[in-house]
Design a protein around this ligand. Structure first.
Ligand code: ADP
Ligand code: GN1
Ligand code: MG
Length: 360
């Protein structure tokens, strides 16, 4: 504890740090709620440098993006201190504090908010869609070429497939034999994995500045109004496909089950939630999207769900080195929920197409 406080005191806080408690349910960074003598609240994060190889370039992205968003929020009469992340610098004026191999950063804690680990109702999910759609719209004229690619090939499902095959071949933990069913599930969709990447390479889908990690718990909802207040976790903002931002929200939120629910009978793709999200997302940024983008939204949902399941399986085979786990087998459970959702979506594809058409 005192170590975290020492780290925190390198930043320009309102007064001395007094406590740092583990906070949130992110799978990547180490996040702490930091409190100070004067009652100040901050988020202290240790950046996961095995995932983000260049913490300095990453923070440069975050600063550029948040400065840009703050201007837009202020122009619209919003509160830039609550509606996006605000970086607190070190006493030397840097965006990061480096301690050996570790890189730390501090944000203003956006108080009186909640994060949801599963969707509770349709209205809430539709509101989250508007928030991510609005985020996409705000970044429509952000200069994409100034962004560093914080994780190369992040949503390149073709290279994700190769990573998966490498993990099966190496089988470092001897786990492959017991997950043959899941391995076959991925292999039988090898061609599908290429669909969106190929379209982008052929120029049929445009690259935009996207969030790339649009799960529900990366939105802070105002505790009082229940409405989305801020989109957080901006580490993966970089050029990407709008259909993937849409799709990643669907994979996490269009079910009432948790991402790691072990009982697959409880994991169902909810078409009504898909419809709410489609309505909210297209309502905000549909006018910016091309016909191909709109048409491929259901494929985006299937692709992100498939990709995430494949990534969880790959990590399980590799010995759980990427996604944080809190119990044995958690990445395999996460993989299975995703594959159950993919199967459901495959059956519901015609209905998803019809819904998208309705809101275009
Ligand atoms: P990870 O990359 O590990 O997912 P996040 O940046 O998403 O880390 O942070 C983890 C959680 O911490 C978020 O889901 C959210 O609940 C909370 N959080 C992050 N930033 C803030 C903030 N500025 N104010 C309040 N809560 C925050
Ligand atoms: C990670 O950081 P977090 O927990 O918001 C991951 C996403 C996955 C998600 C699965 C940088 O998101 O890509 O979809 O877990 N983020 C990174 O829940 O890999
Ligand atoms: Mg997160």
């Amino acid at each position: 504890m005192s170590h975290f406080i020492d780290i925190a005191n390198h930043f320009q806080l309102d007064s001395g740090a007094v406590s740092a408690e583990s906070h949130g349910d992110g799978h990547i960074n180490d996040t702490f709620l930091l409190k100070t003598e004067n009652g100040g609240n901050y988020i202290l994060q240790r950046i996961n440098t095995s995932v983000f190889k260049n913490a300095e370039a990453l923070m440069n992205n975050v600063i550029q993006v948040t400065d840009f968003l703050k201007k837009k929020i202020a122009e619209a009469g919003g509160d830039p201190l609550r509606e996006t992340l605000n970086v607190i610098r070190t006493k030397e004026g840097d965006a990061l504090y480096r301690e050996g191999e570790n890189y730390w950063r501090v944000y203003i804690f956006i108080s009186d908010t909640i994060t949801l680990q599963t969707c509770e109702n349709r209205e809430q999910f539709q509101a989250s869609a508007s928030a991510f759609g609005h985020f996409q719209k705000l970044l429509a004229d952000f200069p994409a070429d100034t962004l560093y690619e914080s994780i190369p090939d992040f949503h390149n499902t073709k290279s994700r497939y190769l990573d998966f095959e490498a993990a099966v071949a190496q089988d470092v933990c001897g786990r492959a034999a017991a997950v043959e069913k899941e391995i076959d599930f991925v292999r039988s969709r090898k061609e599908f994995a290429a669909v969106l990447v190929d379209m982008q390479e052929r120029g049929e889908l445009p690259l935009r500045v996207t969030h790339n990690d649009t799960k529900l718990n990366n939105i802070l909802f105002d505790r009082e109004s229940g409405l989305p207040l801020a989109v957080v976790d901006l580490d993966t903002v970089m050029p990407g496909l709008s259909v993937n931002d849409f799709g990643d929200s669907i994979r996490f939120g269009a079910t009432y089950a948790a991402e790691d629910e072990p009982d697959l009978d409880r994991v169902n793709f909810e078409i009504a939630l898909f419809e709410c999200y489609t309505r909210g997302f297209l309502g905000e940024c549909g006018s910016l999207m091309t016909e191909n983008e709109k048409k491929m939204l259901p494929v985006g949902a299937m692709m992100m769900t498939f990709e995430c399941g494949m990534r969880f399986l790959t990590d399980y085979l590799n010995g759980d080195t990427y996604f944080k786990i809190h119990r044995q087998g958690q990445n395999l459970d996460r993989c299975r929920t995703q594959f159950k959702l993919v199967s459901d979506m495959e059956k519901a594809k015609a209905e998803m197409d019809r819904i998208v058409e309705k809101y275009c």
